[in-house]
Design a protein around this ligand. Structure first.
Ligand SMILES: Nc1ncnc2c1ncn2[C@@H]1O[C@H](COP(=O)(O)OP(=O)(O)OP(=O)(O)O)[C@@H](O)[C@H]1O
Length: 237
């Protein structure tokens, strides 16, 4: 097997005495779409925070493109190509759509302008709203903006945290279409979702998290097909 582009080896994350993540291991092949599913509070966001340098790991290692990046800062990881779309989107509401996109390219100076133009082609609704404050956009448009802002950073691996959260079903469809497109255009994706069934439909491989640990893993199609897993973890559609 070729070496994964991202490999997370036995990581643990604690907040004081709270053990949010225990000994989590997973691998992401280049060009793949891997999902981490599980209920609210299972520790999915904490895994992404640990991988992206936003919280310190209690133990374990993260390897990205062959380097041990365990101790790297979040901004160094972004520069290297490991970029997140945070839960709750975290767009800057008082700034314009365009200013938010510029922030995504903070480390790329002039070359970011070309990528921002590409984003306007890919997401015409953002071009239409370019000079409006980001806070005036609908929830779905804000999610598009958060995704576009991350893409302006030219990620090798995009870490997406609950991109469908709080959105209406039709908008969720649109977001999943965008996720599939990002992957087809060559960016590797790690998708964290409570909406397990939807996430597994778009992913190649899935990991199920429960109270801080991975309890199941397998090809996404197998996880969806396994009635035991569906009833225990995935709930109803
Ligand atoms: N900053 C924090 N301080 C203390 N405890 C935290 C913090 N962030 C998360 N936790 C706790 O860690 C555990 C895992 O939370 P985490 O947000 O990683 O789960 P999650 O699966 O991503 O859930 P969600 O879908 O709600 O984001 C939970 O028990 C949560 O209460």
């Amino acid at each position: 097997m070729t070496e994964p582009v991202l490999s997370v080896e036995a990581i643990s994350v604690s907040y004081g005495r709270i053990r949010a993540v225990e000994n989590v291991t997973f691998a992401v092949p280049a060009g793949g779409l891997v999902t981490l599913v599980g209920a609210n509070g299972a520790g999915k966001t904490s895994v992404l925070s640990g991988v992206s340098g936003l919280v310190k790991l209690r133990s374990g290692r993260v390897r990205f493109e062959g380097s041990d990046v365990t101790k790297w800062s979040a901004h160094k990881l972004v520069k290297a190509g490991l970029v997140g779309v945070p839960e709750g989107r975290e767009i800057l509401a008082a700034m314009t759509v365009h200013e938010n996109l510029l922030l995504g390219g903070w480390h790329r100076r002039r070359s970011a302008a070309t990528t921002i133009d590409e984003m306007y082609q890919r997401f015409p609704v953002l071009a239409q709203r370019r000079d409006l404050s980001a806070g005036s956009l609908s929830g779905g448009e804000q999610q598009m903006l958060a995704i576009a802002r991350a893409l302006v950073a030219k990620p090798t691996v995009l870490l997406m945290d609950e991109p469908s959260m709080g959105l209406a079903p039709l908008v969720v469809d649109e977001i999943f279409r965008v996720i599939a497109e990002i992957r087809s255009s060559g960016t590797t994706v790690v998708l964290v979702e409570q909406n397990a069934r939807r996430a597994l439909r778009v992913a190649d491989y899935g990991y199920v998290m429960e109270t801080g640990s991975i309890t199941q893993e397998g090809p996404a199609a197998d996880l969806i097909a396994d009635q035991r897993i569906v009833s225990a973890y995935l709930g109803l559609d």
